[in-house]
Design a protein around this ligand. Sequence first.
Ligand code: ATP
Length: 268
Amino acid sequence: MTEGLHIADIVAGYGRRRVIDGLTLPPVPPGTVVGLIGANGSGKSTLLKTLAGLIGGTGHTRLGDHDLRRLSPALRARLVGYLPQTVMRPSSLAVYEVLLSALRATWPELTRARADQRIEAVLADMAVTDLAMRPLGALSGGQRQMIGLAQVLVRAPRLMLLDEPTSALDLRWQLSVLERVRGEARDRRAIALVAIHDINLALRFCDRVVVLGEGLIAAGPPAEALTPAVLRRAFGVTARIETCSHGRPIVVTDGVAAGAIRDQEDIP
Ligand SMILES: Nc1ncnc2c1ncn2[C@@H]1O[C@H](COP(=O)(O)OP(=O)(O)OP(=O)(O)O)[C@@H](O)[C@H]1O
């Protein structure tokens, strides 16, 4: 049995446009949160959509013993949870109904009592129980983003593909949501791939990062992979890795590095 997520030689894109061209990543063990980092347009969403089976492509993508490209829709719904970059649209459905239908579509054998229990637990863990009976149309953008994540968590998938899950959230909720994702990964030995622009949140919450640019720029534990040279190549900025007063690494950006984006630097 091959545990974890294995990604090799992925080629994917849109029509004739190749966005990901032969991407291979180090194997990801169960229980790991991986931050996907890279400039706008570097292919983070494309990679997540490819793994979610939403766009075609070639290559090897395995989750444990399952070939992700050959999953039946029913098994895919159980194993893989995808949160798109776009926040859920407002509707007249109540949060509880949205979560119940996600759960029923994935685990139809669950009794109503078990389903209710699961929904209540997820809403309580995310500290949004007060939203349960509110219609989606009456929620703020950030609240809808949290319910989008709850829709993934309630199904308890082994692979969570989260495209910028904190983009609409204030400081407190960014921390709380990423804490929750990390807890899910640890408690259920699930894997989370999280596209994220905030490098300092990635440093704090991710076990590993994958930095995309024109291909793979770096991969590994955040404190090792996110060097000034990598940040310069990925984003075209000059940046320093400092240590905060609590002993944690933090990235401080100093500015845009002139002509840096296409530099061929020697990155270890
Ligand atoms: N539906 C599409 N059709 C054609 N090209 C697309 C489509 N979606 C994305 N692209 C292109 O693919 C490339 C990668 O886009 P992608 O959305 O994967 O980047 P990203 O790293 O997620 O960016 P961002 O940080 O801005 O969300 C970009 O050049 C983009 O223009």
